[in-house]
Design a protein. Structure first.
Length: 437
C-alpha cells in the first residue's frame, strides 16, 4: 500500500496567484530538507517544468478525465520516497468538463478527494474584505467530504485590509495560513499558451528563490507542513509502455510538451530516450527506432527550423524506413509549411502535406478522445486514446489521410483529425494515455 501525505494548492479561479504560491512553497519545503514531490492536476504541460526547477524532482500530471484509476495510482507511486506531496490545481477547484471521463470530470477537487490531500485555497482578496470569506466558505461547503486545510490570502492591500479579511475568514471557520501583500513583480512572464517555458525564463532560479523568501515572510510554513494528509492507495497498474526501444525525442525551446509520465514509463520499461535539438540543427540518432517530435512553440522558431538542414535531412532519412510521429507543434514541423503571425511562409520537413498558419489565428483548447483509423507508434488501428489540444494555429491544407476520428470531451467531432503518410503520423492533440478497457 502507498500512503503519500500531501496538499492541493487550488483557487476559486485562474489568475489568483496559485502558481506563485506553488513554486515558493516547493522551494521552501526543499530548503527545509524535505523530499517534496510535485504534481499537476489536469492536462497542463508547462507547469511541471517549473515544478522541477523549484523542487529538484520531476513533476507528474494527475488527470481524472483522461486517466483510469490504475494509471493514477501508478503515477502517484512516483512519490514513494518523498516526505510530502504538493499538487497544483488547474483553473478553479471544481472546474472540469460536463461528461465523465475514465475516472472523473477532470477537476482538482476530484484529485484531492481521491488522494486525501487537504486543499489550500489561494484567494485573491483585492476589491473585497470580509466578503471574501463568503466565497471561500462556499468552496469549503460545496463538497463537505473534501479535506480542507485553509486559505492563503493574496494581493492584500494593507494591514487594515488583512485584518478585516482575516476576521471574515475566522468568522466563517476557515484557517488563514498566510496573507501575501500585493506585489507587481511576482507575475511570471506569459504568452498565448499561458506561462513561458521554464527554459526560456531569463532568471528562473532568482525568481523561485524570491517566491520562497516571500512565502516565508508571510505564510506559516510549519502549519502547512502539519496540514498534509493522505490515505492508503493500491500500488496501481503500469505506466504507459514505450512505442519503441530506441526513441529519438526532440527536446529544446521549440519542442518540449511531452507528459512526464509517458517518458518515465518508457524509461521504466527499458527504452532508451535519445534527446536531440532541432533548433541546434541536430538530426535524430541514426540508429533510433522511432522519432517523436513533441509540441511546443515551432512558430517562434520557424525560420531556424526551416534553415536546419541537418535536422530535416536526418528526419527524412529516418522516415524512409521507420516511424516518425509529431504532436501539435511537432505535427506542424512535419508538414509542408508553417506561416507565422507576420504572414511569412516557412518551409517545414514536408513529410506530410499539412500547412498551418498563425497569421489566421484560431484558438483550439480542450480534451480530445480519438479512435485511430491507422496505426500510431505504440498503438494499433482501432485503439482509443485520450489527449489534450491547446494551440492557436489554423489549418490551411491537410491533404493526407486522416489518422483518427477525434472528438472533444463530450464526444462531439472536431476537424483536427491528424494525418498519416507512409511511416509518418501527426496529431494536434498531446497524447496522455490509451483508454482502459
Amino acid at each position: 500500500m502507498n500512503n503519500p501525505k500531501g496538499l492541493m494548492i487550488s483557487a476559486p479561479s485562474s489568475g489568483t496567484g496559485k502558481t506563485t504560491v506553488m513554486l515558493g512553497l516547493l522551494r521552501a519545503l526543499a530548503e527545509d530538507g524535505l523530499k517534496v514531490q510535485p504534481f499537476k492536476s489536469g492536462p497542463d504541460y508547462i507547469d511541471p517544468a517549473f515544478h522541477l526547477a523549484a523542487s529538484g524532482r520531476a513533476s507528474f500530471n494527475l488527470d481524472t478525465w483522461a486517466m483510469g484509476g490504475g494509471l493514477l495510482d501508478a503515477i502517484t507511486t512516483q512519490a514513494h520516497d518523498a516526505e510530502i506531496c504538493v499538487a497544483e490545481g488547474s483553473m478553479g477547484l471544481y472546474d472540469g468538463v460536463a461528461t465523465k471521463g475514465q475516472s472523473g470530470y477532470g477537476t482538482s477537487a476530484e484529485t484531492a478527494l481521491r488522494l486525501g490531500w487537504p486543499v489550500i485555497l489561494v484567494v485573491d482578496v483585492s476589491g473585497q474584505a470580509q466578503s471574501a470569506a463568503a466565497a471561500a466558505l462556499g468552496f469549503r461547503l460545496y463538497n463537505p467530504d473534501l479535506p480542507f486545510a485553509g486559505v492563503i490570502l493574496n494581493r492584500v492591500a494593507s494591514p487594515r485590509h488583512e485584518r478585516l479579511t482575516t476576521m471574515g475568514m475566522e468568522k466563517a471557520g476557515l484557517k488563514v495560513l498566510g496573507a501575501l501583500p500585493r506585489r507587481g513583480d511576482l507575475t511570471l512572464p506569459e504568452r498565448h499558451l499561458g506561462l513561458i517555458q521554464a527554459v526560456e525564463h531569463p532568471d528562473l532560479e532568482a525568481a523561485i528563490a524570491g517566491y520562497a523568501k516571500f512565502l516565508r515572510e508571510h505564510v506559516d510554513i510549519e502549519a502547512i507542513k502539519a496540514a498534509a494528509r493522505g490515505k492508503p492507495l493500491p500500488a496501481g497498474g503500469p505506466l504507459p509502455k514505450p512505442p519503441a526501444q530506441r526513441i529519438a525525442l526532440a527536446r529544446d525551446a521549440a519542442f518540449s510538451f511531452t507528459y512526464p509520465h509517458l517518458i518515465e514509463g518508457w524509461r521504466t520499461a527499458g527504452a532508451e530516450v535519445l534527446s536531440f535539438s532541432p533548433l541546434a540543427d541536430e538530426p535524430p540518432a541514426p540508429d533510433a527506432d522511432l522519432v517523436w517530435l513533441p509540441g511546443g512553440y515551432p512558430e517562434l522558431h520557424a525560420g531556424r527550423l526551416a534553415a536546419a538542414q541537418n535536422f530535416r535531412a536526418g528526419l527524412r532519412r529516418h522516415a524512409e524506413t521507420r516511424p516518425v510521429h509529431g504532436e501539435c507543434g511537432g505535427y506542424m514541423a512535419l508538414g509542408e509549411a508553417l506561416i507565422d503571425k507576420d504572414g511569412t511562409r516557412h518551409q517545414m520537413a514536408g513529410l506530410l502535406g499539412l500547412v498551418t498558419s498563425y497569421e489566421k489565428r484560431k484558438f483550439h483548447l480542450g480534451y480530445r478522445q480519438a479512435e485511430l483509423q491507422a496505426p500510431l507508434p505504440g498503438y494499433a488501428t482501432g485503439a482509443k486514446l485520450r489527449g489534450h489540444e491547446y494551440h492557436y494555429s489554423t489549418i490551411l491544407e491537410q491533404p493526407d489521410a486522416p489518422l483518427a476520428k477525434v472528438g472533444d470531451a463530450d464526444g462531439n467531432p472536431v476537424p483536427e483529425t491528424g494525418s498519416h503518410r507512409g511511416h509518418v503520423t501527426g496529431t494536434f492533440f498531446h497524447l496522455i494515455t490509451a483508454e482502459q478497457t
